[in-house]
Design a protein around this ligand. Sequence first.
Ligand code: ZN
Length: 686
Amino acid sequence: MKSRWSDKEARGLEGLDILVHTSRLIGLDTNLVVWGGGNSSVKVRGMDHTGRPIRILYVKGSGSDMRTIAHKQFTPLRLDDLLPLMKREAMTDDEMVAYQSKCVLEPGSPKPSIETLLHAFLPPTHIYHTHADAICALTDTPSRRRIIEEVYGKNVAVIPYFRPGFLLSQKTGEAYAKNPGLRAIILDKHGLITWGASAKEAYRETIRMITQAERFLARHQRRPRVRPAALSASREARRLVATAIAPTLRGEVGRGKRMVLLYDDAPELLQFVNHPKAKSISQIGPFTPDHLMHTKPWPLFLDVKSSGRPDAEAIIAALPGAVEGYRKRYAAYFERYKTPGVTMLDPNPRVVLIPGVGLFATGKDRRAGRIVRDIYLHTVGVIQAGAAVSSYVSLSPRELCDFEYWPMENFKLTLLPPEKEFSRRIALVTGAAGGIGKAIAERLAAEGAMVILTDIDLEKTRKAADAINQKAGEANAAAVKMDVTSESSVRKAFEEAVRAYGGLDILVSNAGIAKSSPVDRLSLSDWDRSIAVNATGHFLVCREAVRIFKAQGLGGNIVVVATKNVLAPGKDFGAYSASKAAQVQLSRILAIEGAEDKIRVNMVNPDGVFQESGLWSKEIRKERARAHGIPIGKLEDFYAQRNLLKLKIYPGDVAEAVLFFASDRSSKTTGAILPVDGGVREAFPR
Ligand code: ZN
């Protein structure tokens, strides 16, 4: 393992500063810790609030991530108040947490790590605790003691598996006290503890320990055996299968709470899922317990008998039974090992492995899916490395359940921000590069949805999606090129959407064009173009959405941005009004047809929304001004003056109405029209 240490970068840093710096170095290496795993500490001399000199232990706060950790995420504690606990006989988690909270020096500090006492009981100044892959590949084997001795000799202690807390800390402290010549301590099926008088020394020891383990593992590496037929599918064919099966899978794992799917077919994953023993070896368990919180005890391994390439139809047929089987197995595990009074967590799999296809990770959003995927990528490496030196083993089912339902670990989940109205929802918006479509996409994303913005202008659409992602800080918006008039373009765009998030919950059919001309002068090409975008385009996107909705079986929601013209047509607007009327009529049919599958279809009728509008081109403004017999500069005022409330209508006003229909707040409404026009008497829906 490569050291990331630089004397230049570390120069002048000490105490908490060097702790933050080195913790980040460790966090950068996903072979050491991933997504919130591991912790670190430093012991310094300082003063309490009265000015009395004391010894302070700075330890990582619970739930923070080492890669991005900041000063305020470390908690200062009175070390001399913690040390007497070493002599206690026993302590429950609650007693320990209560005691620790009384030792915290700074009010408002984060709750200190559950492994705080472990850091306190080890005398060295700088201490790092990692869940290193290479170390766990050694410990997660039946012959761990022999192997560890072979790699490190006798000056590394191995502590048997205990759930973190008082007992593990005490055992660790005792091991050190018994043998101060120890180089490091390895926690069975958990990770590594290293230390030093300086941060550099402690960090270097971490790297040295891991490098030794990696060298040993490399000597034992075996050539992987794979099912050759399953590997023969091309990348393109594999991804088509993944896209075809994703909505069904999303529906099956989202029966309780909706999930986002993240698909991955990295070579190491394919090699793993295609291994003849993958089915049994994948069911053993995580390599370090805190991964459980993201991945659950085991993945769902979908074993579909096929003679060659992955077969989408066979997989789709097998999915419902397989996911149900997983839930039953999980419920049985919970019933058998639970502590009384605890309620069962979501029994659906977080990791789904399919030979010939790869991995699907599930999560409440992209980030959660990525955490699961990243952890599993490391799990695959550790399982294979462990199996190569001996055989891979994990915690017992009782230990797994004990950890998965441990209140101390579940506490971290309460630190997450509350879910928003559109969390876990996937929405696709057409015509989203600007104007109304962009405003709708922004609002949906702000309320927690994952949004696919589509338009014919990919560059502009990307900019809109990037702006959303910058605000959200996550890849929750994606830009996809789509020409709604092209069957193949529409199909491809929906495939991309499914590939990005696993399915669809909301379609906002917003793309549209306007042509203004009296009928006797209307060209056939303008007529055809209006029908193609406003009517046929609407048909094509709705057809794809309904197919996905039905495959998921989770209902569905279509919101149509129509126009006031459907109910109150204006002169010279024949092509526009007729094509939009076709759009609305088809939407009503869809409301009737979709009801059985809980697919709702509702319409919003805006009028005269000019801001950032692609529909209101300079040309169309000129033509509409002429049709109304007014100068072009007065057009916006004209539209405002003709409504009852005398108001201008903005994209955000339309977005508000669309969000209402897209949300569960309107769950009992379908086939309805909501005008957003400031009140136009002729356009009242009736
Ligand atoms: Zn740990």
